[in-house]
Design a protein around this ligand. Structure first.
Ligand code: NAP
Length: 269
């Protein structure tokens, strides 16, 4: 049976990996899965599916029905739920699982970061710090800031919200990154930003806000990456080329196994 790979996407790395796989392994059948949150996503080559699987059971069903043998979780470093489901489904569907996770940014001496365990914790910090706060967190967790008094929030999201945000005092900047350093400087100055709330996404695409905050000595409330999304106990690589090498090694290993073993893959690591 030919190898079939499910790529849990929604990130630049997933897009880049799908493109590299199409070039380097045209015989590998790749399905990219998108959560479906962005209205007009950049589509990768190969098959694409959109929307949730319906929890762990739905994911296991999908993996079995589609005869997937390789699962690559290239979701965002903060995609805790999808990551938890991928980890659980690995056992149940007996697929080989790889986490593709870009390295986190490291705080430099000129940075002023206040760590928050999660977005709720970040909202707690905003109760006593920051008057004009840039929320660069995406759209899903804005409600945590609903009870924060006195702050004016500038909320950045890819698509303008369909309904008013649950914040008393806010305005929205809609737009898809990457944002240049010049744009980030302009936003800080134009909106009078004195605090930024961000996730440690890592990579270049969203780094300019960190660089701009450093220049203006603006503090950042940096939300920790959720532990489960790091995929403890699972193979993990920081970049696309390493992922490609891992996939190639797995395919070689599977091909070298006797035919009788291949029906019941033993490729868990
Ligand atoms: P999540 O909270 O881990 O996932 C929630 C549910 O969405 C999953 O249980 C799954 O639904 C579905 N889902 C997520 N990724 C999927 C995929 N690739 N294919 C199919 N279904 C998928 O993940 P998230 O909603 O993507 O976002 C989590 C955090 O990451 C947020 O804090 C967000 O701000 C941040 N973030 C995400 C992206 C992105 O591109 N996704 C980009 C920037 C930031 P079922 O249980 O029904 O399978």
């Amino acid at each position: 049976m030919p190898d079939r790979l499910l790529l849990l996407g929604g990130t630049g790395e997933a897009l880049a990996l799908a493109r590299r796989l199409a070039e380097a392994m045209p015989d590998l059948s790749v399905v990219t899965s998108l959560a479906g949150r962005t209205l007009d996503p950049v589509l990768p080559p190969g098959e694409v599916r959109r929307g949730g699987f319906g929890g762990v059971d739905g994911l296991v069903r999908y993996l079995k029905n589609e005869k997937i043998s390789l699962l690559v979780n290239a979701t965002h470093p903060y995609a805790a739920e999808m990551s938890a489901h991928a980890l659980a489904a690995r056992e149940m569907a007996d697929v080989a699982l790889l986490r593709l996770l870009r390295p986190a940014w490291r705080k430099q001496p000129a940075d002023s970061w206040i760590r928050a365990h999660d977005v709720q914790g970040a909202a707690g910090i905003c109760k006593w710090l920051g008057r004009r706060v840039l929320l660069a967190l995406g759209s899903q967790e804005i409600h945590h800031f609903a009870g924060v008094p006195r702050a004016h929030f500038v909320v950045r999201m890819v698509d303008a919200p369909a309904a008013p945000l649950p914040l008393e005092n806010c305005e929205v900047i809609a737009g898809r990154g990457p944002f240049s350093l010049a744009e980030e400087r302009r936003i800080i100055l134009e909106y009078g930003i004195d605090l930024i709330v961000a996730k440690n996404s890592g990579g270049d695409a969203t780094f300019a806000k960190i660089a701009a905050a450093r220049e203006f000595s603006i503090p950042i409330v940096m939300v920790d990456r959720p532990e489960i999304a790091l995929h403890p106990g699972c193979d993990s690589v920081p970049g696309v080329e390493e992922a490609l090498a891992w996939i190639a090694a797995h395919r070689r290993e599977a091909a070298a196994r006797p035919r009788s073993d291949r029906a019941q893959p033993s490729h868990r690591r």
